[in-house]
Design a protein around this ligand. Structure first.
Ligand code: NAP
Ligand code: ZN
Ligand code: ZN
Length: 356
């Protein structure tokens, strides 16, 4: 039996819950979870905002922990090493997407870390708001030793979700990159784009985040009004990463793109955005695109890039029982800039060894 925190229904707070993890198979890695980041997708899923949630739902896909057992055929990971698990725990491994190391776009549907069909035990997969997890070695990442384990946890989703489009659209020296929203994803986008030598413009609806944005690597900070419909800057950007978690007018940001600029949507609000103006798209041959996390190889590449550049997430560590308060603060854009659960607080609270 594994201790966890779960949403039992869309409208009830997360609460202590027990789950079962599978026995360690020949290619499996058993991980004692030390830290788990809190992604806005956890909240969307726990509350059923995207549809398709199966309760009880144990969220969490920014997992860092220590290997405590391996199967007989495991080669890349050893007992005691620091590892990570992101949003993916399996895929078909045969389709064109999987062959291209893009498991997140698997033609038959990847197995997500939570709320996916569990091929081993039946039911659904359970995520990282728990003390332990068993994952196939092909979906376990190496956490470089130089990275703080708690600060590294959000790299497994927020990090790779912003790294992947920055790489796909060839960001480098001279690139003019915009980032919309300074939350978990947004602050990683600012750090990573800055490390890739881009000129970074941050759009925020929170005036109080301006100084932080500059410290994180933004060259320009533009405070926008919620509900704004006009472009906050002249058309000057090559790429915008839009991380906002609620529906809003896309036109102001499309209007900030230079000719042939691209706005990549990574935020997934529960309700659709209003259709953008076609005039905003055609006038400078602009594109609107989307991007979903990153594949396993790219996630490892991102972790190694972060080690090379000394990048981790800016975090606020919380005990497991503070998760419901953390969700409420996330809804108020009051996250600096990622909550990370210290899983010892669940392990000791439930084993009766210490205070929660
Ligand atoms: P987050 O930490 O809550 O950040 C979202 C940010 O959006 C806020 O900090 C805020 O930034 C801005 N915002 C919030 N309400 C707003 C409003 N009413 N108007 C304008 N801006 C507003 O969330 P996150 O964890 O970064 O996730 C962001 C979104 O990405 C979520 O929808 C999540 O599900 C999705 N996501 C997608 C992927 C993917 O693969 N595509 C992966 C992970 C997450 P300011 O205060 O700076 O305005
Ligand atoms: Zn996520
Ligand atoms: Zn596949």
């Amino acid at each position: 039996m594994t201790h966890a925190y779960a949403a039992l229904a869309a409208d009830t707070p997360l609460a202590p819950h027990s789950i079962t993890r599978r026995a360690v198979g020949p290619t499996d890695v058993a991980i004692e979870i030390l830290f788990c980041g809190v992604c806005h997708s956890d909240l969307h899923t726990a509350r059923g905002e995207w549809g398709g949630t199966k309760w009880p739902c144990v969220p969490g896909h920014e997992i860092v922990g220590r290997v405590n057992a391996i199967g007989a055929d495991v080669t890349g990971h050893a007992v005691g090493s620091m590892v990570g698990v992101g949003c993916l725990v399996d895929s078909c491994r045969e389709c064109h997407a999987c062959e291209d190391n893009l498991e997140q776009y698997c033609d038959t549907g990847a197995t997500w870390t939570y709320n996916s069909v569990d091929k081993h035990l039946g039911g659904v997969t359970f995520g990282g708001y728990s003390t332990d997890v068993v994952v196939d070695q092909a979906f376990v990442l190496r956490i470089p030793e130089s990275l703080d384990p708690a600060g590294a946890a959000p790299l497994l989703c927020a990090g790779v979700t912003t790294f992947s489009p920055l790489r796909h659209w060839n960001v480098g020296t001279g690139s003019r990159v915009g980032v919309v929203g300074l939350g978990g994803l947004g602050h990683m986008a600012v750090k990573l784009a800055h490390a890739m030598s881009a000129e970074v413009t941050l759009f925020t609806t929170s005036p109080g985040k301006e100084a932080d944005a500059r410290r994180l690597g933004a060259d320009h900070v533009v405070v926008t009004q919620r509900g704004a419909t006009t472009a906050p800057v002249t058309p000057s950007l090559d790429l915008i990463i839009n991380t906002v978690s609620v529906p809003h007018s896309l036109d102001p940001y499309l209007g900030a793109l230079d000719r042939e600029g691209v706005m990549v949507m990574v935020g997934v609000p529960p309700e659709p955005h209003q259709s953008p103006s076609m005039m905003a798209l055609i006038t400078r041959r602009r594109s609107l695109a989307g991007s979903l996390i990153g594949g396993i190889a790219e996630t490892q590449e991102m972790l190694d890039f972060c080690a090379e550049h000394g990048i981790v997430s800016d975090i606020e560590v919380i005990p497991m029982h503070a998760i419901n308060e953390a969700y409420e603060r996330m809804l108020k854009s009051d996250v600096k800039y990622r909550f990370v659960i210290d899983m010892a607080t669940l392990r000791y609270a439930t084993s009766g060894q210490g205070a929660a």
